[in-house]
Structures are given as C-alpha cells and as structure tokens.
Design a protein around this ligand. Structure first.
Ligand code: ZN
Length: 462
C-alpha cells in the first residue's frame, strides 16, 4: 500500500512538474478575427470614464461521452458550479477595478467526445451572454477567443494549471477588443492578425515614426515588443538584435502584461491604463450589435443568482400517501445564493445567515423571512440594496419517505395496560400495518418521515 501511494505521489508530482515547466513557456492563445468587425483604427470615442458595465456570463463544460474531462491531471473530475464560480471570481477580481463586472448566469454540462476535441458544431451558444467553454482540446493552444466577440474556449488542463487566471483574463481581454501587445511585430507574418502596421518603438509623439496609437495593439502605454523577451529580475534585458520592423531595438518592455506571452507571474500580471480605456471604450461603442445584449444592470449584481424554496421548521400537515410516503407541508422558506467574487455586507439577515462575505465565499441567506439588504464593496461601499423576501404565508410541500414509527396499543385510553411497538424502516412502510393490529384495541400510531415530520393517528379497531 505504501509503495503504491508513493508511486502514485511521484507520478502525480512528475505530471504536475512537467506540466508546469511546459506551461511556463507555452501559454498560447488562438484569437481569431471575425469578418464583420471593423478591423483597424478602433479608437476611443464618447468615452465615459464613470460608466459601469455588467456583463452576463454563461459556462459550458464539455466532457467526453463517459462524462469525464479526460484532462491529464483530473481525467475523471466533474466540472460544475464550483469551477464556474472560480472563473467568474477571477474575472471580477481583475476587471472590477475598471468598472467592468460579471454577472453569473449559470452553466451546463455536455457529454460529447467529438465536441470536447474542439468541434462545437451543433452546440449553439446561449444568447445574450458571454459564453465560456471548457474542454479537453481547443486546437493547438491553451485558450481561444473571438476578437471583440462573446466567445471563449479554454482547456481543462489550463484551468488546472498555473495559467488558470492568466488564460481567462487574457481571452476576456480579446473579447473586449484588446490585441496582443506584440501584435504585428512581424508584419510579414499573415498570422499576426488584424491590427494596423508594425508598431514602432518610439513613444515620442512628435517623431514622424510615432505610430503607437494606430499600429500594433493600438495602445500607447504598452511598449512595442516581441512575444518573448529576456528579463533580469523582471527588468527587460536590452538586446540590439531584437528590433521593430525599422531596425530600432525594443526598449523598456514590461513583462507580465495580460496580453503578452511573457507571462511571468512573479513580475505582476497586469493591464495598463491604456488597455483599460480601450476595453471600456469598446463596451461603450461595440463593433458587433449583439454585444449590448449581454449587458445587465448594476442592480442585477445585488440579486441572488439562485432562489430556491424549501420547507422551514413548522410542519402544517402530514398526509399519509398509503405507499410508504407522506406529503409533508411546512412553512415556506427561501434560500438565496450569491455568486463568488465580491466582498459583501448583508444587513437585516437572521439566524446564522452571513453578515459579511469575502471573494472566496459563496454566501447563502436562508433564514431571513423578511427583506434583507446587500452591499457589494467592489460596486459601491456606500450603497446597499434590498432583496425582497416574502415567505411568511406560503407552504412548501414535498413527498417524503416514512423511516420509523411507534404504535401504542391499549384496550382503554388512559389505561396502564398498553403495549408499545417500535416500527423499523420496513414496518412503517408496510401497507398491511393496519390489518396486523389487534381488534377491539385503541392504537396510537406515530409514523415519522425522513425530515422528522410525524403523522399522528388514533384509531379504534373493531
Ligand atoms: Zn491571445
């Protein structure tokens, strides 16, 4: 057993190690251009720095036919709400500083081996959402998106590795109209994508060579660069042989921009202010009309992503269905669940309901029978909004199994002459229970359901 465990551990570490090493040098992204986008010279216009944007997000996890991810590390793992919540948390934590917020709209799981190998024909996107897909293979890259659109793919392996955060943030950057920082560094390479001409190194706006605002990634505060450079303690190492298309050596390249491939996590992954402005400008003036259909309201962030009814502690009625089950009606309660990724403050909650929550929490408010209030510090720490709760008058009924019981039998109510018989799981469900009781006796029958509700009956059997 020990040997087995050790072997397993070593194998696991080896896989992890080789994966990390590989991932260190190979974060790649397969962004593509859609034909109907206006390609060049997208420039900020009518820019409102105070506008807040809330984008709907929906997740699709594509397993193989057997319902497994098939990923290297966790081939049998079942992706679901936890992973969706983790991804939306990552997005909110990074983008909230730019007044861009993401509203969780759910997830689906699809089991289809062909689709998980990057063939999504026959699987429509959910409308009015940014659709994020996780699958085994996205086509020769870690992740993939459509420029300026609402579509992202990412491999399970990338989610499971050190580039989880980088990958989803990078792809969302493309969706919000950011190009790679090294866009068009080699103007002769047709795969270099859509944005203008080769970006020159100079940042002197008076220079006739200055083109940072219209070439490359069209962002002035991201230095012209290659996909990869050499760094010493996160400082760019000047190399006279690495030049732009005019022969000017690159200088002052900053590592770890989210839109570069120099993803040195230890150097601080980041967007620049110019990139933030470009993303927000795109949301204000999107090239594709359906982008605005993904927009939600600020108010929507304060609403729970899920409200479910459940039965409270007060039992109003227990009806024996005669088949070993009972219809149990309790006071109606409502469970409110809030998405991960924000620092919440809850006011007027009750019982053990949360009064605060941090970004890694998935808060649940379930005891409050009256309206309560939610504050989201990332949106506005001075504002709280009401969540209306009305569950005082309704009933919540459900079918439950009887699990045990007790029969007290006596010839005379109040007499000291009585027998007590406990009923087990089988006996309490027995349709012949009544027939088995003694004649000319009173019988006090208590049948208890799985939730502890009791059906209490007194009979006199002739
Ligand atoms: Zn990319």
């Amino acid at each position: 057993m020990k040997t087995y465990l050790l072997t397993y551990l070593l194998t696991y570490l080896l896989i992890l190690f080789s994966f990390s090493i590989k991932a260190q040098t190979t974060f790649t992204c397969g962004v593509i251009e859609e034909g109907n986008i206006v390609l060049n010279n997208f420039q900020p216009q009518n820019y409102d720095p105070d506008a807040k944007y809330v984008l709907n997000i929906f997740f699709t996890f594509i397993n193989d036919d057997n319902g497994n991810t098939g990923s290297i590390l966790f081939p049998n793992y079942q992706y679901g709400e936890n992973e969706a919540m983790e991804l939306i948390k990552i997005l909110n934590v990074e983008f909230n500083q730019f007044n861009i917020f993401f509203k969780y709209k759910g997830y689906r799981v699809v089991n289809n081996s062909i689709m998980t190998m990057n063939n999504l024909s026959g699987l429509p996107s959910i409308p009015n959402m940014y659709n994020i897909y996780l699958m085994q293979y996205v086509g020769g890259a870690n992740a993939y998106s459509i420029y300026g659109n609402t579509f992202i793919k990412m491999t399970f392996g990338t989610f499971e590795g050190i580039y989880r955060e980088l990958a989803i943030i990078h792809e969302m950057g493309h969706c919000l109209r950011l190009a790679h920082t090294f866009q068009n560094y080699n103007i002769n390479d047709p795969n270099n994508g859509p944005e203008g001409n080769c970006e020159h190194v100079t940042r002197d706006e008076n220079s006739p060579l200055y083109n940072a605002h219209i070439a490359g990634d069209q962002v002035e505060d991201t230095p012209a660069c290659l996909p990869y450079h050499t760094y010493d303690n996160c400082i760019h190492v000047f190399n006279p042989n690495e030049t732009d298309c005019l022969g000017t050596p690159y200088e002052n390249v900053i590592p770890s921009n989210y839109m570069s491939y120099d993803a040195l996590i230890e150097c601080g992954l980041h967007f620049t202010p110019g990139q933030a402005k470009r993303m927000r400008s795109y949301l204000q003036n999107p090239s594709l009309s359906h982008i605005v259909l993904t927009y939600n309201t600020i108010e929507s962030l304060y609403e729970p992503f899920e409200i479910t009814d459940y039965g409270g502690n007060v039992v109003f009625s227990v009806e024996d269905n005669g088949d070993g089950t009972a219809e149990v009606c309790r006071n109606l309660r409502k469970k409110h669940r809030f998405q991960k990724g924000f620092d919440y403050v809850f006011y007027s909650t009750f019982g053990d309901d949360p009064s605060t929550a941090i970004i890694d929490d998935l808060p649940v408010v379930k005891n409050s029978t009256a309206s309560f209030y939610v504050q989201i510090n990332q949106v506005n720490p001075a504002v709280s909004r009401e969540v209306f709760v009305d569950c005082n008058r309704g009933f919540y009924c459900s079918t439950e199994n009887f699990v045990k019981g007790l029969v007290v039998s006596t010839p005379l109510i109040g007499s000291y002459n009585f027998t007590v018989k406990e009923l087990n799981d089988m006996e309490v469900k027995d349709p012949g229970l009544y027939e088995s009781l003694m004649n000319q006796f009173y019988h006090i029958i208590n049948k208890e359901t799985e939730s502890g509700a009791i059906k209490h009956t007194i009979i006199y059997k002739q």
